[in-house]
Design a protein. Structure first.
Length: 152
């Protein structure tokens, strides 16, 4: 298990290589990289600032990751989430899971992203031409996360 919350960017290739290195029982490695977009809610966004509660955030991410490990036979997993001010095109999050079989890797990766989107304690402040605004929760994100609740 690896969970990191950091300001610094990350190297996706290096992170994935390190995750699967020396474990030849891994048959599938799934990953998701989230990027800052320049459009949100129909308006242009020039930047996004992600805020969080240090300590609490890492603990909750670890709990979400532990839930994925309870549900799927994972050989390894990784969550790297950035905070601070980010501009369009910059990486926000990397989620990666590894398992002997692709289905477990793919499903667990999707689960982690869905739950991170709704349960992780991050707050997003967008800079737009109209001024700053807090990003509200979206119904489609809640629906995506809720489908996994039935599997708990």
């Amino acid at each position: 298990m690896a969970v990191r919350v950091q300001r610094e960017d990350f190297d996706v290739g290096a992170e994935l290589d390190a995750l699967a290195r020396d474990d030849h029982g891994i048959g599938g490695l799934a990953s998701f990289v989230g990027l800052v977009r320049d459009v949100s809610g129909g308006a242009g966004a020039s930047a996004m600032t992600l805020e969080h509660y240090p300590g609490m955030t890492e603990r909750l991410l670890a709990e979400i990751e532990a839930e994925a490990r309870r549900r799927w036979p994972l050989s390894a997993s990784l969550i790297v989430h950035r905070h601070g001010r980010l501009e369009p095109g910059e990486r926000i999050v990397l989620v990666a899971t590894a398992s002997a079989h692709r289905k477990a890797a793919l499903e667990s990766c999707e689960f982690l992203i869905d739950w991170l989107k709704t349960k992780a304690p991050f707050w997003k402040l967008e800079e737009t031409p109209e001024g700053e605004r807090w990003v509200e929760a979206r119904d489609e994100d809640d629906a995506a996360a809720a489908r996994w609740d039935a599997g708990a």
